[in-house]
Design a protein around this ligand. Structure first.
Ligand SMILES: [Zn+2]
Length: 296
């Protein structure tokens, strides 16, 4: 599949300024930094309506963008979701009934929620292949983007795993989150952290630069500023990771051009019988818990 896109300039989605400086050009896209608030984003980027079409295409199984063969890492993904749920639990309110997973893909996290007693867990997903899978599993799903959905009910838990960096209408999305979050509800999100050590070490080669679809790069500070007008605040943030096995870590090392280190690593893990072992590896992302700000 080779899609052609139309690009358009947009102002900074955190502060609204249109004043920016160029940082990098990656895959033909400019990564810029806002002069007013230092938020880093892709500008110009794929037009909003075309972005929605991109996610409604074969997003989970292609090489140009998105995930290459999402199924390949099912085992590691489910382990990761179980770990993430255990990290969310200490922040949950007493009521555990209604949950919404935005960008729920095949519904693996929703199944983790169901196994943990959530009676009413549902998802939002735009990819038609994934929606079909969700229907087969009888998981309730909507194909309307968060920004456009009607706020008809409120949720005790809303999750956005690797989603917010994709959202073209950030302010509308955050406002909708505020409106659909129960008074004592919890939002848990994971997103690449522009202030992470990994980003600083790898610079332009940071694997999170995917300018087709990662259109904005948050830090705890910029996310705090984006949330404030909507009466939401961060109550916890920490470095996030994902479960990774030897093969995954080896391929990540290769991607960063550490080819000798990658083959050494593969050799060692083979030697010690660690091929199937999984580690929780830092991904340069942040795990964030958000609640209504009682002072707002
Ligand atoms: Zn700005």
């Amino acid at each position: 599949m080779d899609l052609k896109f139309n690009l358009q300039s947009y102002p900074c989605s955190v502060c609204g300024s249109s004043d920016f400086v160029l940082k990098y050009n990656i895959k033909g896209f400019d990564i810029v930094q806002c002069k007013a608030c230092s938020f880093v984003y892709v500008n110009p980027r794929i037009k909003t309506e075309e972005l929605y079409k991109l996610y409604a295409s074969d997003y989970f199984n292609n090489t140009q963008f998105g995930y290459e063969n999402y199924e390949l890492n099912a085992r590691l993904r489910i382990m990761t979701f179980e770990k993430w749920y255990s990290l969310i639990v200490p922040f949950l309110g007493p009521k555990k009934e209604k949950a919404l997973d935005i960008g729920c893909a095949a519904g693996d996290f929703i199944e983790v929620l169901m196994r943990n007693g959530w009676k009413d867990a549902e998802g939002i997903e735009l990819d038609p292949t994934m929606i079909e899978r969700l229907h087969e599993k009888k998981i309730p799903v909507s194909n309307i983007p968060l920004e456009k959905m009607e706020a008809t009910k409120k949720y005790d838990l809303i999750t956005l795993f690797d989603v917010i960096e994709h959202l073209p209408g950030l302010s509308e999305a955050l406002n909708k989150l505020k409106n659909i979050l129960e008074a004592n509800g919890t939002i848990a999100l994971i997103t690449p952290d522009y202030s992470s050590t990994q980003r600083k070490i790898f610079g332009k080669r940071w694997f999170q630069y995917k300018p087709y679809e990662h259109i904005q790069y948050f830090t705890p500070d910029s996310l705090t500023r984006a949330l404030k007008p909507h009466g939401l605040k961060i109550i916890h943030h920490s470095a996030s990771g994902q479960c990774a096995d030897a093969e995954f870590l080896g391929s990540r090392l290769e991607r960063y051009n550490f080819k000798r280190l990658a083959s050494l690593f593969n050799g060692i893990t083979g030697l010690f019988g660690l091929k199937n072992k999984a580690w929780y590896a830092d991904t340069g992302s942040m795990f964030v818990i958000i609640k209504h700000d009682p002072k707002a």
